[in-house]
Design a protein around this ligand. Structure first.
Ligand SMILES: Cc1ncc(COP(=O)(O)O)c(C=O)c1O
Length: 427
């Protein structure tokens, strides 16, 4: 008995970790560390941004211009996921992901108790959509530019509960967009659920003004924030939304299958919980009594999710935030903005055959550009790009039928020019 225990303790010690064979892909992680940036970095300092690119396992000959779908993780994130898994798998450690609430909160301008961990944007939108008290005939405002992840939950409630969805098309200026929203308001309007940045043509909606208007009218504001964190400088308290659903696997460059939902503290008593379990409680649950009746929910956003999470994944999220902080979110914003404008300007310089759908207004444009080549089938163009090792996205949804380019800090102007050359051949 004693021997068995000794052998178990020996196996759970660090000694075993040393004896493990580390998979070869892990050995291949390059040991380049970025210098800590305390200063402003010039968005056109290609020497520095090339160093940043070397932090990513992206293939050198491929131009990855589709960050809007998925943000590749840099090596420190991949390494943190591996280490986080080892913590559980070597020592049998449980938990640890709870620390990520505070890190995400700080990153997006919220409080720790306002963050629920999720696995993607869709999870967060569903939690918010289901939790809102709505009855038959209540109206909810959406756009005609929704991703299926923000459209389907509401369409589902329309089918199941008889709510009514009203839509507007975002305009080319923030002011006109607001007017279109206000024109949809009736006494039955109960919520507005719009993207911060639609996945289609990447225009930034005036969310702060939308949320202020919603508050004035007494309606809920729920933002699909798939493309906010890691692209824009965020302060959710300042934005004033009731809920903001996002993921860590796009612009934050975190592990795939990680996300979060921000729920404003004062809104937590209104937003009902439907998906509950370990962690959603306040520790006083007891099957011998009926504690739910007396309010046994966690006194924070943890009430909206329950159960075991992947420690490795959330260690990866922590590492992604540290990676961004090291470069500086403002520096990242400036670089992303520079590349986005570079793409837009160069496309528009090609003349009338390019129909640029993303607005040019500074506050409305970002790192995502959507455009059409007049008279050219966008799906054929997509195939041409793939042949040339350029990854982009087609926007076939909602009959928008355009091409989308989205660039992050690992991209450079050479890659954008390679892409422009392909466009030139087709016009
Ligand atoms: C605007 C928008 N909303 C929602 C989603 C869904 O995100 P997820 O796959 O993380 O649920 C996406 C994904 O591309 C998106 O672009």
């Amino acid at each position: 008995m004693k021997d068995a225990r000794r052998s178990f303790l020996k196996q759970s010690s660090l000694g075993l970790l040393g004896a493990l064979t580390i998979p070869s892909v892990f050995n291949e992680l390059p040991a380049i560390t970025l210098p800590k940036q305390d200063d402003k970095i010039d968005p056109q300092n290609e020497k520095y941004w090339t160093l940043v690119r070397q932090q990513f396992p992206l293939q050198k000959d491929w131009a990855y211009l589709n960050n809007g779908t998925m943000g590749p993780s840099p090596y420190p994130v991949i390494e943190a996921v591996h280490k986080g898994m080892m913590e559980g798998d070597v020592y049998g450690n449980y938990g640890g992901w709870e620390n990520t609430h505070a890190k995400i909160a700080q990153f997006v301008g919220a409080n720790e108790d306002e963050i629920a961990l999720t696995h993607n944007v869709t999870d967060g939108i569903n939690i918010a959509c289901w939790g809102i008290p709505l009855k038959k005939g209540d109206e909810v405002i959406l756009t005609t530019h929704e991703h299926v992840g923000n459209a389907f939950p509401w369409l589902n409630r329309q089918k199941l509960h008889g709510i009514k969805i009203k839509v507007f098309t975002p305009a080319s200026t923030a002011a006109e967009t607001l007017e279109r929203i206000q024109a949809l308001y009736t006494k039955k309007t109960k919520a507005i659920a719009v993207p911060h940045i639609p996945c289609t043509i990447g225009q930034i909606l005036p969310v702060k003004e939308i949320c202020a208007w919603a508050k004035e009218k007494g309606i809920f504001s729920l933002i699909d924030g798939a493309h906010g964190p890691g692209m824009l400088l965020l302060d959710l308290h300042q934005m004033g939304c009731d809920a903001y659903a996002s993921c860590c696997h796009k612009w934050m460059l975190g592990p795939k299958g990680t996300g979060f939902l921000y729920i404003r503290k004062d809104f937590q008593e209104t937003l009902q919980t439907y998906f509950v379990g370990g962690g959603s409680d306040n520790g006083k649950w007891n099957m011998a009594t009926d504690p739910i009746k007396s309010g046994a929910y966690a006194n924070n956003a943890h009430r909206y999710y329950g159960g075991t999470q992947g420690l490795g994944l959330y260690k990866g999220v922590d590492a992604a935030i540290a990676f961004i902080d090291n470069i500086g979110m403002e520096n990242i914003y400036n670089r992303i903005n520079y590349l986005g404008k570079y793409t837009q300007d160069n496309l528009m310089a090609l003349g009338d055959k390019i129909e640029m759908l993303t607005p040019t207004e500074q506050n409305s444009r970002c790192a995502i550009n959507g455009f059409r080549i007049k008279g050219f089938d966008f799906s054929k163009f997509y195939a041409k790009c793939a042949e040339q090792k350029i990854r982009i996205r087609m926007v076939a949804e909602n009959e928008i039928n355009c091409v989308r380019i989205s660039t992050h800090i690992y991209n450079n102007t050479n890659e954008i020019e390679r892409f422009i050359e392909i466009v030139k051949k087709e016009i």
